[in-house]
Design a protein around this ligand. Structure first.
Ligand SMILES: Nc1ncnc2c1ncn2[C@@H]1O[C@H](COP(=O)(O)OP(=O)(O)OP(=O)(O)O)[C@@H](O)[C@H]1O
Ligand SMILES: [Mg+2]
Length: 493
């Protein structure tokens, strides 16, 4: 026996957890509704379900959520065991499709949203329906770990009866969903907004299952379409070579997604989600084909505007659950310290490539200068074989100057004329020849902060004239010198 082991005979008092106190604590694990639903869907996948039907029903205080699957179901004994908090040891090895780890998800995910959980199941083995549930008020009142056996939903029982097998998880008294933080009941509109968040979450988290058609998820009878965060099927998506680590247990692969201009507005908004593109950049951690973390730089980088097209897939094997600190909610993965250097190196490269999309787009935009409403700052024309340079009086900044010039209008005009007449053309040409730097299209060194300031002034002016936000940004691409700074235009967006 090693020194670390206790002798057999030192056992003292038993201090079992207080049911009333601990069950309330289960509610505070930090799920939100989408992650709680996903945890229930994990169990359906593990039970071999091909379909999961999720129904949200709004009826004020009597609102409910039902999650039904056509998996293998549970026998009575299995059902009772399934409701036990901590029904299996987290150290135990799991089957290939079993997304579980802690033996807690069904309970903790449910309690995070509701006060009553009922599980109704029909096992493939026995073909009999059984039901059991937890009621938090009962546990707290009686201070005992006792489940209940009750189900009066004839319709649900009938539906399940028609299936060969399956399981239904019913949440009622969904206080955490229907009351806001001020304990006021939410509006139906808000309720359905929350349901939309659930749809978006599931569409991303389980996209691989939906894509390979091993699972169909129905939300209030409408099938959820997968959202692949990497858009691998889009011709403008850049896919980079993958790298593997830890004897193949971790794989990472970078993607740079197409610029908004290359996407239909539908795809653009679906893939940006409700949080938008900047929020969705980052690492996407997969475990057993299910996404744990969707769009997070995991503390390695910041979410910058100019890197918002960068997304990196990280695939981790479930044997690494503990070193990557998988949590009960399956919404977290923290790379081991040693691994961070790989993420930093690979990630920096992909982020650089993502930034280049904007620069490249700048070049493309420049070619658009053939557009006849492009506003140059200078107009170059020929007069008796000599090039003359005039400041474009139609340029938005020049126009603004005239509008506000009032009694100094004449002086303003004189000043512009002065600049035009005294422009040191010969010395500019000489410089160009000597340095060979200002070849056509290249720009003199300008502080980006200056450009941003000017850009904002023009943007404000366009907005003041009634131009929409999107149109104003698009116009900036056709105004000198902003067309050379597409990444700065994107920052305003
Ligand atoms: N829809 C279902 N169909 C069949 N069995 C289920 C279903 N949901 C839960 N179970 C059974 O209940 C057990 C407990 O589920 P629970 O989610 O609490 O823990 P887990 O999935 O084992 O681990 P984790 O805490 O990581 O989710 C599962 O292991 C499974 O045997
Ligand atoms: Mg589970």
């Amino acid at each position: 026996m090693s020194d670390a082991e206790l002798p057999d005979d030192v056992g003292a008092e038993i201090v079992a957890p207080q049911p009333a106190a601990l069950i309330e604590t289960f509610r505070a694990i930090g799920y939100n509704l989408p992650s709680a639903i996903a945890d229930i869907v994990d169990n359906s996948i593990a039970a071999g379900a091909g379909n999961v039907w999720i129904d949200f029903s709004w009826a004020e205080e009597n609102s409910s959520v039902t999650i039904r699957d056509d998996g293998q179901g549970m026998t009575e004994k299995q059902l009772i065991e399934a409701l036990r908090p901590g029904t299996s040891n987290p150290l135990q090895e799991r089957g290939r499709n079993d997304l579980g780890r802690f033996g807690l998800g069904l309970k903790t995910a449910s309690f995070s949203q509701c006060r009553r959980l009922n599980v109704i199941t029909k096992s493939r083995q026995e073909g009999i329906i059984n039901f059991r549930g937890w009621d938090l008020d009962y546990v707290e009142k009686n201070d005992v770990w006792r489940i209940f056996r009750y189900c009066n939903d004839e319709e649900l029982l009938g539906t399940l009866n028609k299936q060969t097998s399956g399981t239904v998880v019913v949440w009622t008294i969904i206080d955490r969903i229907i009351f806001n933080q001020h304990k006021h009941i939410i509006t139906p509109a808000k309720f359905w907004d929350i349901v939309k968040d659930v749809e978006e979450h599931l569409a991303v988290i389980f996209h691989r299952f939906i894509e390979k058609k091993s699972l169909a998820i129905w939300l209030n009878n409408r099938q959820i379409t997968a959202i692949n965060p990497f858009m691998p099927d889009h011709p403008a998506t850049q896919i980079f070579p993958d790298e593997t680590f830890e004897n193949g247990l971790v794989t990472i692969q970078g993607f740079v997604l197409p610029h908004a201009g290359k996407l239909s507005s539908e795809r653009w908004s679906a893939n940006g989600g409700s949080k938008g593109w900047t929020a969705q950049q980052g690492f996407y951690v997969y475990r057993k084909d299910r996404i744990l973390v969707a769009g997070d730089w995991l503390g390695v980088f910041r979410k910058d505007e100019h890197t918002r097209l960068a997304r990196i897939m990280i695939e981790i094997d479930a044997t690494l659950d503990f070193s990557w600190q998988l949590d009960i909610r399956k919404s977290r993965a923290i790379p081991p310290r040693m691994f961070q250097q790989h993420l930093k190196r690979y990630g920096a490269e992909i982020r650089k490539r993502a930034t280049e999309v904007f620069r490249h787009r700048g070049k493309q935009q420049k070619q658009k200068t053939s557009r006849n409403d492009f506003e140059f700052a200078w107009i170059v024309s020929e007069d008796n074989g000599r090039e003359t340079f005039t400041i474009n009086r139609q340029h938005p900044l020049v126009k603004a100057l005239y509008e506000h010039s009032g009694e100094i209008r004449k002086s303003t005009d004189d000043l512009l004329k002065l600049l035009e007449i005294t422009l040191p053309v010969p010395s500019l040409i000489l410089n160009e020849t000597l340095k060979g730097e200002y070849s056509s299209g290249s720009m003199p060194a300008v502080k980006e902060s200056e450009v941003v300031r000017l850009m904002q002034a023009v943007y404000q002016k366009l907005r003041a004239n009634g131009t929409t936000h999107d149109k104003a940004l698009e116009d900036l691409y056709f105004i000198d010198p902003f067309s050379n700074y597409p990444h700065l235009i994107e920052q305003i967006r």
